[in-house]
Structure formats: C-alpha cells, structure tokens
Design a protein around this ligand. Sequence first.
Ligand code: FES
Length: 106
Amino acid sequence: PQIFVTQQDGQTLTLDVAAGARLMEALRDGGTTVEGTCGGACSCGSCHVYVDAQWLSKLDAAADDESEMIEAIGDVVEVRPSSRLACQIHMSDALDGLSLTIAEAI
Ligand code: FES
C-alpha cells in the first residue's frame, strides 16, 4: 500500500508502507520531518499528522492515550479534528491511498 504525504513546506511525496507497519516508522524513514522521538510509545507528539477528511472514518478510533497526547500537544501546536499520531496507525490494504499532512514540528 501507498500513502501520500504533504509536508509543512508544501513538498509532497509518496511512500510505500508495508501492511502492518506503523505509519510513524514509514514517515520517519521516508525522509519526512517526522522524528518519532519516543519510538512510537505515544508520548512525544512528534508524529502528529492531519489525516485527510475522507480517510478519517476509515481509521480505528484513537485510543485514550492517543487522545490525551493530542490534547496535551494542543498547548503548543495547532490541533484539528483530523489530528492523529502516526505511531498509532497501522497500515493495511484498506488504507492504500491514504493522504495526510505532517503537522508543525513539536
Ligand atoms: Fe512519539 Fe508517536 S512517535 S507519539
């Protein structure tokens, strides 16, 4: 499956992501600004992305720890209804074509 990524500078790229892989790792290793500082433990907020509206409903709902982390980073960066943490999203064939925008670095 592939995802379409827009960075803060407007640059776009297409990344191949293995089914089952976490989106954060694909973004971190794919040359984007995502750092994944906490290694995917849902505790740094550096993998914050805005998921395009048409894909939001196809994702599993955010668990409490993800929602709490997003709320916390809202003190320093813009949080939107489409905000998700990429380390909490696992790629699947159903998400082929997912598009997202990487949020401002935290
Ligand atoms: Fe740290 Fe996602 S990598 S919250």
